[in-house]
Design a protein around this ligand. Structure first.
Ligand code: G16
Length: 542
């Protein structure tokens, strides 16, 4: 039976860079989940009898929230729910299912790379019918609704058995529990030359994939080990756990350091990769070479035509503003469009839908293409494998060749986590106030050419997003960007993005932090990071 339940609004349900992310105890407050889901349904119209995709990354509170979402979908009039077995769907797999089934939308439960567990992070994200994250006008409407919500609709039927592949019912709602991996794996087979990759593994190519006890485990086991014939044991920590085994499922050099150490060791396999909590991020490490996400985007774009799904060439490339300009040089050479968007995959949706771009990427370990409307960790790994199989070269050789052709964009991101909100916003306000006086200023050997507070006008719908990060551009192509993270759940995180362009091959072998030393000093000089935050070094360098 459908019930209407009275409720009170919460004032903190504003979606961030990627949905609503909070600590689990916040979500466990009475009606907190129900309020947010009803706010989603109240902000979108026309879904009576339509399909909703629901799934998550398996973190703590995933199953409970899925049961609530299904019962609310029933009471709000959806006709069909598709849910992954065990409540498991990677973010890109959910995006694919929305598109393939022409669903009205999807609810994805994840806090991505943030840790999981009873006192850790949880998140709810709404995706629209193109399979991508809801655009800002929708998330703004959801937040506005959450501030005045006074009732929600829910069915009081029993829980769905999420572990049995089957069709079950909640009154008139059909709930299809499907295999979490099948549709996604089939999509990957249409894009990549599985035969060539299989042959490469058969010829002795060795790989290590760290699934971080997160959602990509089952996907990677099926695709890499079963379909492509990678050696058993290629996939590490392949069972999703509610607390990710106590680790941060964040595929960077800090949280995937075992993989990094393996790849730098004498007995390193040919290729190393990792993905995050919900399967949309990727980390790429060759034998004794870490490929930055910005470089990976550029190298994938330059070589994508070697994979069957992209043999016709790319329409264009999009990157988030803090991502390095390496991809711009590839776009220039290919004579295709390059788009610079604010941080957040949602900004790529319009460009992909309009057919302006084929490949997108972000410095935050996200790369993807028009095959879905989310970034896609395993997709990036498979495209790399396809390129390695086609070029029959190592990652190191491909990178050296790329830098020789396009020049090298040395790049690093310095994160200052857990700052007080006052210190972080004070630092940003101070930077903003300095903007008019920065051009022409000299910092050591660096000279500031321009500085601005990045604003973006979407070329498709004309929507404007302001205050997306402070950009300081130097003569010669170096750059520093400052912005505050929109995905944290406690305090504030300052991100400082450092980039130096080096055209001369003779200088391509430098240690990144050394290559960037002048910029690191300049960043502190301009933003007074040490004195304003009390920190003498970043918490994470990626
Ligand atoms: C989310 C967004 C990404 C964004 C990233 C970093 O990633 O989907 O588009 O680049 O956050 O955001 P911030 O710098 O604001 O923390 P994910 O993987 O967390 O969903």
């Amino acid at each position: 039976m459908n019930l209407i339940v009275a409720t009170q609004p919460y004032d903190d349900q504003k979606p961030g860079t990627s949905g609503l992310r909070k600590k689990v105890p916040v979500f466990q407050q009475p009606n907190y989940v129900e309020n947010f889901i009803q706010s989603i349904f109240d902000s979108v119209a026309g879904f009576s009898g339509e399909t909703l995709v629901i799934g998550g990354d398996g973190r703590y509170f995933n199953r409970e929230t899925i049961q609530i979402a299904i019962k609310m979908a029933a009471a709000n009039g959806f006709g069909r729910v598709i849910v992954g077995q065990g409540g498991i769907l990677s973010t890109p797999a959910a995006s694919h299912l929305i598109r393939k089934n022409k669903a009205f939308g999807g609810i994805i439960l994840s806090a991505s790379h943030n840790p999981g567990g009873p006192t850790e992070d949880f998140g709810i994200k709404y995706n629209v019918s193109n399979g991508g994250p809801a655009p800002e006008k929708v998330t703004d409407a959801i937040y506005a609704r959450s501030l005045e919500i006074d009732r929600y609709a829910i069915n009081d039927g029993p829980d769905i058995d999420l572990d049995r592949i089957s069709v079950q019912h909640v009154d008139d709602l059909a709930v299809e529990v499907i295999d979490s991996v099948d549709d996604y794996a089939a999509l990957m087979e249409t894009l990549f030359d599985f035969g060539a990759i299989r042959q490469m593994f058969a010829d002795g190519f060795r790989m290590s994939f760290d699934a971080m006890h997160a959602v990509t485990g089952p996907y990677a086991l099926e695709i890499l080990e079963r379909r492509l014939g990678a050696q058993p044991g290629t996939v590490k920590d392949g069972i999703p756990l509610p607390d990710f085994g106590g680790h941060h499922p964040d595929p960077n050099l800090v949280h995937a350091h075992e993989l990094y150490e393996l790849m730098m060791s004498a007995d390193a396999p040919d290729f190393g990769a990792a993905s995050d909590g919900d399967g949309d991020r990727n980390l790429i490490i060759g034998k004794r070479i870490f490929v930055t996400p910005s470089d990976s985007l550029a190298m994938l774009a330059a070589n994508a035509h070697l994979a069957p799904g992209y043999s016709g060439g790319l329409k264009g490339i999009a990157r988030s503003m803090p991502t390095s300009g390496a991809a711009d040089r590839v776009a220039e050479k290919l004579d295709i469009g390059i788009y610079e968007t604010p941080t957040g995959w949602k900004f790529f949706g319009n460009l992909l839908d309009a057919g302006l771009v084929t490949i997108c990427g972000e410095e935050s370990a996200g790369t993807g293409s028009s095959h879905v409307r989310e970034k896609d960790g395993l997709w990036a790994v498979l495209l790399w494998l396809n390129i390695l199989a086609a070029r029959k070269q190592s990652v190191q050789e491909i990178a050296a060749d790329h830098w020789a052709t396009y020049g090298r964009n040395y790049y690093a991101r310095h994160d200052y986590e857990g700052l007080s909100v006052e210190a972080a916003t004070g630092l940003m306000d101070n930077l903003r106030a300095q903007l008019p006086t920065l051009p022409g200023r000299k910092l050591g050997s660096l000279s500031i050419r321009t500085a601005d507070d990045f604003a973006y006008t979407d070329p498709v719908d004309g929507s404007v997003s302001e205050h997306q990060g402070i950009r300081i551009l130097f003569e010669g192509g170096s750059r520093i960007v400052f912005r505050l993270s929109g995905t944290g759940t406690s305090g504030a995180t300052l991100r400082v993005y450092l980039e130096r362009f080096e055209p001369d091959t003779a200088h391509h072998g430098m240690e990144t932090q050394i290559a960037l030393a002048g910029l690191i000093e300049a960043a502190d000089g301009i933003a007074q990071i040490r004195s304003r935050t009390g920190r003498d070094k970043p918490s994470v360098v990626t």
